[in-house]
Design a protein around this ligand. Sequence first.
Ligand code: GAR
Length: 228
Amino acid sequence: KRKVGILLSGTGTNMEALVAYTRDPLNRSAAEVVVVVSNIPDAIGVAKAKALGIPVEIVDHKQFIETVDGKSACDRSKYDKQINDTLERHGVEVVCLAGYMRICTSVFVEKWRGRCINTHPAILPAFKGKDAVQMALDAKVRVTGCTVHFVEEEVDAGGIILQQAVNVFPDDTKSTLHERIKAVEHTLFPKAMEAVCRGDAVRVASDPTSGSVGAVCWSDKFKRYMPD
Ligand code: GAR
């Protein structure tokens, strides 16, 4: 099985969905979740992962704040190096960002390119960034949704693997809409993880003749692969 590491910062419902998928014998999953890493020590997702019996590691970004010339900032490269080392220590081969609210530097992205995927609560390239659900409400769109994509250094910009639409109702609040989006993410994200872990389904183009670097290639057998 491919060893999957999950990074999270919050409530961890996507992490739970990924773990449940891999553990359901009916799915004959090619993936196995070997570690959950959180940058927030008391995130709800941390307690959930422990309850599921999954090894948990905390890499607190606040420990990487350095003060230079009176200005404090997180040394993001040093932090990402620590994340890499932690994932490596657990033998991780594929990384899933499940509500992970840190921006990844090249130290992380270059190591995991083609092997790291993220779920985003909007139909990219619309509504990039950390408040995508509110942005959809503010734009008064009637359809938004979720996207699972490969991770590149540019935020929310990597090759798209799967997307699914979610209707926006006129009386939706941020929380009602986000809950409906999350319910869809919980089936979409495991499917994308599975497609990446199978190795023969989807990959990032590395051959410049088959598309620009970062573009997604589907194998012939999976070209019509869609979530149901
Ligand atoms: C999910 O909706 C995910 O798409 C979003 O945070 C939520 C995490 O929920 N991620 C982002 O906004 C990343 N920019 P969860 O912690 O319950 O899985």
